[in-house]
Design a binder for this molecule. Structure first.
Ligand code: ARG
Length: 582
């Protein structure tokens, strides 16, 4: 039995009891009452107050009675009436319930073990499809730490939705079209050559891009040249098209190295360029609907009624813009995938852009407009300083991960030089440290990246939780066959630390739901830390392999196994690997 099932059982009983005790009252139908109670349940802030709190304020108006009196009446005899509830205390307007230790050993743990890797998941999303647009770097510009957010938040949301039954299409909407290519072509023609780009790869493209900006600051006419080259590209000029494709291939090969490190794969790589021939139909539709207005030669959709600046559809020279492409892409994705949800993970700086074109899609009469969801995140600085792309003052994602891996490798070399797969372990922990440190913050908050903090083996860090996982693996390996035996509930009564750990394990499904409801991977980062901490407290206070009885040992090994599996699942959901040895 899960904690959620236990809660439902409690609320069903309390709804019945309310009707039986408060006979004269005008009560809502039983099911409704049950639902109200269920949504009101809380976890007391301090475990000494009990495990589940029923706030009785909710009933006070209907029953015309003070919450403490209601709590007293409902609490009377409750521990005898309800299985697995050992105590019901009244505290102010709350009825605080304590879950009996047997619940954890006889009901919850068998349930968790039988679900195994599926524990925490569900089939809530069965039959539904989500598309997630994430990572989506702009080709020829550096793939830098600013992209960490979209990449790992997006991928984590994909894994979370899949875990709850959704079909998910991950889309890397590459910024592979636009005037930056005109700039690149000008820069390449002026200062680059084949050999330089072939040897230098994406770095040489980025330096050409940076060089262009430095030069254009002094010679603004370069901007006109760039526009002209891009125009030629749009008109299908063969040489420019070849250069474009070449730049694109070099960039994608580079991105793939980072994605491989993160174990990220996309279902679609269709970037902005794919939509060039799909925009005219949408522009036509906007025109037919009378939504286009000419403003200084440009075509716009006026959104003043919605308190937003106009959405730009065509420039005065007829060329399309970022919103135009997004509209065409959304229509294409709806037609291709029939999505029930389309998420766009980008920095909060783009919030207005999304609000504008979502509104335009609504005005165009597409009935799926309300399935479009922008998922914004805050800015990231490194050691307290902000970064600027144009001056080349950036921390590349590739370099950030490489540094983390190298430093972890040095730590492992010092502490545990002989472990097998050292390289893989250093990679998993180095990359994991960066991701965990980043995902720890709620996504909308601006964050600051500090390598030392990320790499610490103490506190709320990736290395700490991964190390805890490795600890569970090592205990199970030492236990050998004993760890393989199927767990049979016995009369064993768990101690306080065991109960805390089992309770944490029981919370996983609720945390997964909360993460999805808030589109917030940080919920899972916090959860895995809470779980790791509960495990370590159990480990430090309780003998596992040399337990005092066979029953105790069987229970503790089962608990260790459940903790390991759940920790691995939780970490997987936030893109962290779990080496067996560190
Ligand atoms: N390429 C854009 C950028 O780096 C992000 C694209 C986000 N997705 C979208 N459908 N607009 O800023």
């Amino acid at each position: 039995m899960t904690i959620e099932q236990l809660k439902s059982q409690i609320c069903a009983h309390l709804a019945d009891k309310t009707a039986a005790v408060f006979t004269g009252a005008q009560l809502p139908p039983k099911q409704e009452l049950e639902k109200t109670l269920l949504s009101a349940l809380e976890y007391p802030p301090d475990p000494s107050m009990g495990d589940i709190a029923v706030p009785c304020f909710r009933l006070s108006k209907t029953l015309r009675m003070g919450p403490p009196q209601i709590a007293a009446k409902l609490g009377e005899g409750l521990s005898d009436e309800l299985q697995y509830i050992s105590k019901a205390d009244i505290a102010g307007g709350y009825l605080n319930l304590t879950i009996a230790p047997e619940f954890y050993s006889s009901a919850l743990l068998p349930e968790i073990l039988s679900k195994g890797e599926r524990w925490g998941g569900s089939d809530d999303g069965d039959g539904k499809t989500a598309v997630i647009d994430y990572s989506s770097p702009n080709v020829c510009k550096p793939f830098h730490i600013g992209h960490l957010g979209t990449t790992v938040i997006g991928h984590s949301l994909k894994l979370l939705l899949q875990f709850t039954g959704w079909k998910v299409i991950g889309i890397n909407y590459l910024g592979d079209w636009g005037t930056q290519f005109g700039k690149m072509i000008v820069a390449y023609n002026k200062w680059g050559d084949k050999e330089m780009v072939e040897n230098g790869g994406v770095d040489s493209l980025v330096s050409l891009y940076v060089m262009f900006h430095n030069e254009a600051a002094i010679h603004p006419e370069l901007e006109d040249e760039a526009r002209a080259e891009f125009h030629k590209l749009e008109q299908g000029d063969e040489r420019n098209h070849e250069l474009w494709k070449w730049f694109l291939d070099i960039s994608i090969a580079e991105y793939k190295k980072t994605y491989r490190l993160l174990d990220i794969d996309f279902d679609s790589w269709l970037g902005e360029s794919f939509y060039t021939d799909k925009m005219p139909a949408q522009v036509e539709k906007l025109r037919e609907k009378g939504l286009l207005k000419i403003d200084n030669g440009a075509s716009i959709v006026d959104l003043s009624e919605y308190k937003m600046p106009p959405c730009l559809i065509l420039k005065s020279d007829g060329s399309t813009l970022y919103p135009t492409r997004d509209i065409a892409a959304a229509v294409y994705r709806q037609q291709t995938y029939h999505f029930d949800k389309a998420l766009y993970v980008t920095s909060a700086g783009q919030s207005l852009h999304f609000a504008q074109w979502f509104k335009v899609v609504e005005l165009m009469g597409y009935d799926w407009y309300d399935k479009l969801i922008h998922v914004p995140y805050g800015t990231i600085s490194v050691n307290g300083s902000k970064l600027a792309t144009r001056t080349g003052n950036v921390v590349l994602l590739r370099d950030l991960f490489a540094e983390a891996i190298e430093r972890v490798d040095a730590i492992i070399e010092e502490k545990n030089p002989d472990i097998e797969n050292r390289k893989a372990a250093a990679e998993a922990v180095g990359v994991g440290a960066v991701i965990f440190h980043y995902l720890w913050n709620s996504r909308i908050k601006d964050s600051n990246f500090v390598m030392e903090d990320a790499l610490s083996f103490d506190g709320a860090t990736g290395p700490y939780v991964q190390y805890t996982y490795a600890r569970t693996a090592s205990i199970l390996a030492k236990a050998g066959e004993d760890a393989e035996k199927e767990y049979q509930p016995s009369g064993y009564i768990p101690n306080e630390h065991e109960i805390d750990l089992a309770h944490q394990l029981g919370l996983f499904p609720e945390r997964v739901k909360a993460a999805i409801d808030g589109l917030e991977p940080s919920v899972i980062a916090h959860y895995s830390y809470d779980l790791a901490t509960a495990f370590n407290r159990f480990y430090q206070s309780t003998r596992i392999l040399s337990a005092e009885s066979d029953e105790a040992k069987a229970f503790r090994l089962a608990l260790t196994k459940a903790a390991g599996t759940t920790l691995r699942s939780a970490l997987r959901l936030i893109c962290l690997k779990t080496p067996e040895k560190i």
